[in-house]
Design a protein around this ligand. Structure first.
Ligand code: NOJ
Length: 478
């Protein structure tokens, strides 16, 4: 059974560990580094896509769902990774990219009925793709216009077609049979669209979460989040049995209920994107902590991933310790993106960029030591190392005051945090909450503050004399 307070470590396979010197991370490399995950004390690892892909969206354009891209290894390497993880008590979660395939997936040529087509020689409606432009593009094979919620190289599957549901259930079964413990469901709120393809109206108010500029001009009433999603999700649940299903649902907590009928958890994107100030953070924490499925908190908390700037870049290096305390003391599942535990900063990316939407910065290689390429690769890394001399796992592991030691301490302490979350009144600029008999206080400001009254401090990032230093946070007994 999945722990109610599980910690999942997100591995971005291309950038975690290269084992053969080609500059690209791979499955054998991940296996070699599993000790780091055991040492941290996490429960599971989530692998971003490892399938063959033309890389228009760095693997989120899948060309074969039941194979491993040779750059990452073989199915035998995958089996070996799962077995090695299991030996350490670690579970493996895969990315399930169900909304779209790659335009190079054989289905697109051989089974056009599995995709969504315009009824005219041009866009069927005004829907806009997430990264800009019309969501409709002309088919290179001359069969009309097809729908794509993301890049044109990612045609959307038609989940109203039972054949798609059957084929994708088979994909899930394939990986479950290989020992996978669950899936992170990519872009799952786009799985089913309006049956009548009505135009999305112009946005009359800003959406609750950040959106790319052109995409934000419409209110996505019909292109995403159809009420008919329930049936598709129920099919996925039926196949998954009691495997863990975590949805990437890019909606505020108030709209997640239909998803949680079938999924164990959905990401808490309000917290992910919250400004670093009390009222917004408190609202996001309360909304996410209030979501339940079968008596368990159903929010998967994350503060970073491969799609957005890293914590140190976004919040400032001075806030990464407090962010770790926040992420790892909330009820529910916590997702830690690789490299956050050593405070990695965004890198410069590549020129020309690998990702046209500008997300290379958060995808630079993991920094294991201060050797060449930070120990990531003996070859030329696909993206350069950012600053392994300034921060790396080896140096921080030996230092009890380091960020990686704090992550480890918090993950261990998390097991003792029982009970629901209750917000507590506190000084201006201090976010405080109770979990059972524990109190958590986070100073969001650059000035010293007073924490609420508390007993023994179990874990503190930089406070003393009953005060909470600037940017400090603590976990204490009440
Ligand atoms: C969300 C993934 O995290 C992102 O990297 C990708 O571009 C989109 N979904 C489309 O698959």
């Amino acid at each position: 059974m999945w722990r109610h307070d599980a910690v999942v470590y997100q591995v971005y396979p291309r950038s975690f560990q290269d084992s053969d010197g080609d500059g690209i991370g791979d499955l054998r490399g991940i296996e070699r580094r599993l000790d780091h995950l055991s040492w941290l004390g996490v429960d599971a690892l989530w692998l971003s896509p490892i399938h063959p892909s033309p890389l228009a969206d760095m693997g989120y354009d899948v060309a074969d769902y039941t194979a491993v891209d040779p750059a990452y290894g073989t199915l035998a390497d995958f089996d070996s990774l799962v077995a090695a993880a299991e030996e350490r008590g670690l579970r493996v979660i895969m990315d399930f990219v169900g909304c779209h395939t790659s335009i190079e997936h054989p289905w697109f040529r051989e089974h056009p009925d599995r995709y969504i087509w315009s009824d005219r020689d041009g866009p069927r409606n005004n829907w806009v793709a997430t990264f800009g432009g019309s969501a409709w593009s002309p088919d290179p094979h001359g069969r009309g216009w097809y729908l794509h919620s993301f890049y044109p190289e990612q045609p959307d599957l038609d989940w109203r077609n039972p054949d798609v549901v059957r084929a994708m259930r088979e994909v899930m079964r394939f990986w479950l049979d290989r020992g996978v413990a669950g899936f992170r469901l990519d872009a799952i709120d786009r799985l089913v669209k309006d049956a009548c393809f009505r135009d999305d109206p112009p946005a009359s108010a800003p959406f609750a979460l950040p959106l790319p500029e052109e995409y934000a001009r419409l209110e996505h009433l019909y292109s995403v989040n159809s009420p008919d999603i329930r049936a598709a999700l129920a099919e996925l649940r039926a196949e998954a049995g009691d495997a863990q299903l975590t949805g990437e649902v890019y909606l505020p907590a108030a709209q997640l209920a239909p998803y949680l009928e079938s999924l164990d958890a959905a990401f808490g994107f309000e917290l992910f994107h919250s400004p670093w100030e009390r009222s917004a953070l408190a609202a996001a924490v309360a909304a996410g902590a209030g979501l339940e499925r079968q008596g368990r908190t159903a929010t998967a908390w994350a503060l970073s991933n491969h799609d957005f700037p890293r914590l140190a870049t976004r919040l400032g290096e001075e806030n990464v310790r407090a962010a770790a305390v926040l992420l790892l003391t909330l009820p529910g599942t916590a997702f830690v993106y690789q490299g956050e535990e050593i405070g990695m900063l965004d890198g410069p990316g590549a020129e020309p960029p690998f990702d046209r939407a500008g997300r290379d910065g958060a995808r630079h290689p993991m920094q294991w030591d201060d050797g060449p390429n930070g120990g990531f690769s003996a070859g030329e890394p696909w993206l350069p190392a950012v600053d392994p001399g300034a921060r790396n796992v080896a140096a921080q592991r030996d230092d009890p005051a380091s960020l990686v030691s704090l992550y480890r301490e918090l993950i261990a302490l998390r097991r003792e945090l029982q009970g629901p979350l209750e917000l507590v009144d506190a000084d201006d600029g201090v976010l405080a909450y109770r979990r059972g008999d524990h109190l958590i206080a986070i100073n969001l400001t650059a000035e010293e503050r007073s924490p609420p009254p508390h007993g023994e401090v179990l874990c503190g990032t930089d406070s003393g004399g009953g005060r909470l230093a600037a940017h400090a946070a603590l976990v204490a007994l009440e």
